[in-house]
Design a protein around this ligand. Sequence first.
Ligand code: SF4
Ligand code: F3S
Ligand code: FES
Length: 239
Amino acid sequence: MTRKLKTGELELRVLRYNPEIDDAPHWEEYRVHYEPMDRVLDALHKVKWFEDGSLTFRRSCAHGICGSDAMVINGVNRLACKVLVKDLKHPITVEPLRGLPVEKDLLVNMEGFFDQFKKVMPYLVNDEPVPAGERLQSPEERERFDDTTKCILCAACTTSCPIFWSDGSYFGPAAIVNAHRFVFDSRDRAGDERLRILGQKAGAFKCRTTFNCTDACPRGIHVTRAIQEVKREVLDRSI
Ligand code: SF4
Ligand code: F3S
Ligand code: FES
């Protein structure tokens, strides 16, 4: 018989998969003690450090900056370092992001995600002579793309998108957000080229405004709005 949880103890159910020994993913349950301000990342660390060192997951900054610990927590894409266990319904379930190949346990292969990101030219292009000072920009011009500068490339948006699940060729919301950041930058000179890429079959027009991406973004970026702005820009510039 399963023993009752002790005070201050939580049950964590983790979808485990080791391709070297498992035919399919399976759930494992762990019981760990938690402090009032512990996050899901702390609970995963307790499992790894004190229960089962083979549990595999990715994390780096532990403070919502690097974007490496996005996973599905209680059915929703979140950063494990940003969610307090006391704010979640127990038992807590943790699964790898959907739509990306699982390497082991909660660790997914991000190569395809970054390949799509690279396709949209996510960098500033300007081959005009370098000015003596800075390339100046007004506060209004800077504000135009402020929201999309906040992206930390965690993939929570793209892996919550049903279009991406059914069609791996779709660039996905994260790539389009990062294109938006440069398309609307007054210093950039590759807007038309970038919009031509985004107007392709795999580009922004595949989006069906489902809004899952906006709900999933841990940075609060208006992802769907950014995609709509990119679509409108493609049409306005007749690209
Ligand atoms: Fe993550 Fe938001 Fe960037 Fe998507 S837009 S990759 S959810 S930070
Ligand atoms: Fe997908 Fe977001 Fe569009 S969830 S369909 S990219 S609004
Ligand atoms: Fe860096 Fe969570 S570990 S965002």
